[in-house]
Design a protein around this ligand. Structure first.
Ligand code: DCT
Ligand code: MG
Length: 400
């Protein structure tokens, strides 16, 4: 199978020979026509990755194995499966045979076995085993709690905790975040729809604008990449006048809280003394659980008639929704927007590319040239891609 047309489309219109440390946008890159299959760009930030693709079954399987590897603390295996899945998301056709991936980057070895099994048998035994394993199932439930990471969940697992009800035994040891996560577990397991995200946006904008009328609020994360559902709603807040941002997040959150819109919140202050060259993110951030009122409040049934079951609690007219609010100074806004749009794998690859290929450190505050020891200001995402010598990818092309 000649997949040069595919690799061309993946590599943003330019068939380029991938050298070690190759940078897609570089005009100096040499063109190779014979070894088209070596042309798959190494880094996900060099490929257009759409939201919808042609190999869902295989990608889902590889992502289950990636998740399972991360549950077992194997970063290398997590990355291996994630990279294979990410490359397949760019494939503009449905795979028919494992032969078709033989020269694709990251799709050899273990991943190829998985691809082959799914193509031949429709199922992969290893994936089925993982899905049925007690460790995977428990870790999925436990890491699904807001405030519980892999390390905590794994420690709990080793202490014999398997399910949410087992957590009653250690309730006193849970953090405030975890208690709130447990309390609203069922709601938070439900995906947030775009309609709900837009209603959260109205709430957030209303609160912020009551203090600063021309504050800029942008929905980021998966919704900005075109997803119709997400596990939370992410917002980025900025204003050309930095003074206007001082204390704004706390005031707006307190205002929402006073209206009963907040079930839980935790504000992480802005880190003033963090190294701008590090990959850490020091923006002021609020991690919250909102009580989002239902779109159409249900009318109380037959007001005035006697209710048969008076003990029944009234139907709830709200849903718990996870919300992240991030404040970025205007000068860092484009970097924060790029950093908070994701996907997670795309961001990871962008930072890896910056460091390995460009010797630059990228984070949500800026871009630092390690050799020249200077920062690159940017007023748009396009400028950041240009600083990195990459062709621009729209948010919907960053679903790596
Ligand atoms: N992010 C990142 N690295 C992380 C976590 C987050 O770069 N470890 C960035 C990328 C996405 C953005 O922050 C928002 O994070 P999530 O809400 O976790 O991701 P999402 O793509 O919005 O996913 P979902 O649609 O499920 O909310
Ligand atoms: Mg999100």
């Amino acid at each position: 199978l000649d997949i040069s047309w595919f690799t061309e489309s993946m590599s943003l219109g330019k068939p380029l020979k991938v050298e070690p440390r190759h940078c897609l946008g570089d005009s100096s890159s040499s063109v190779s026509s014979d070894k088209a299959t070596q042309e798959t760009p190494s880094y996900a930030c060099q490929r257009r990755t759409p939201l919808h693709h042609h190999n869902k079954e295989i990608v889902d399987a590889l992502q289950i194995l990636a998740l399972s590897a991360s549950f077992q603390g194997s970063e290398a295996r997590y990355l291996g499966f994630t990279r294979a899945a990410s490359v397949l998301k760019c494939l503009p056709f449905t795979l028919q045979s494992a032969e078709e991936v033989k020269d694709l980057q990251f799709c050899g070895g273990h991943s190829k076995t998985v691809i082959q099994e799914i193509l031949e048998d429709r199922v992969c035994r290893e994936v089925e085993m993982v899905k049925n394993s007690e460790h995977y199932q428990s870790m999925k439930v436990l890491t699904g709690i807001f405030g519980v990471g892999i390390r905590t969940a794994d420690k709990w697992y080793r202490d014999g905790i398997r399910s949410l009800s087992d957590l009653n035994e250690i309730e006193g040891k849970l953090t405030g975040e975890q208690k709130a996560g447990l309390l609203h577990y069922t709601d938070l397991q439900q995906p947030v729809t775009r309609d709900e995200a837009e209603r959260v946006e109205q709430l957030v904008k209303g609160a912020l604008q009551s203090f600063v009328p021309d504050v800029q609020v942008t929905m980021t994360g998966g919704f900005r990449r075109g997803k119709q559902e997400g596990h939370d709603v992410d917002f980025l807040i900025t204003h050309p006048n930095e003074e206007a941002l001082n204390g704004l997040l706390r005031k707006a959150v307190a205002w929402l809280d006073s209206k009963g819109s907040i079930l839980y919140h935790h504000i992480k202050g802005r880190s003033h003394n963090f190294a701008r060259s590090s990959t850490m993110d020091g923006h002021e951030t609020c991690y919250a659980i909102f009580a989002l009122p239902n779109a159409c409040p249900e009318k109380s049934p037959d007001a005035g008639t006697i209710q048969p079951d008076l003990d029944k609690s009234p139907p709830r007219n709200w849903k718990a929704v996870r919300v992240d609010l991030v404040v970025a100074p205007y000068s860092e806004y484009s970097y924060a927007l790029l950093g908070w749009t994701g996907s997670k794998h795309f961001e990871r690859e962008l930072r890896r590319f910056s460091l390995q290929v460009k010797k630059m450190s990228l984070n949500s505050h800026g871009l630092f040239d390690i050799e020249k020891k200077c920062h690159y200001p940017a007023t748009s995402e396009e400028e950041i891609f240009a600083h990195l010598g990459l062709l621009y990818l729209t948010p919907s092309e960053r679903n790596a």
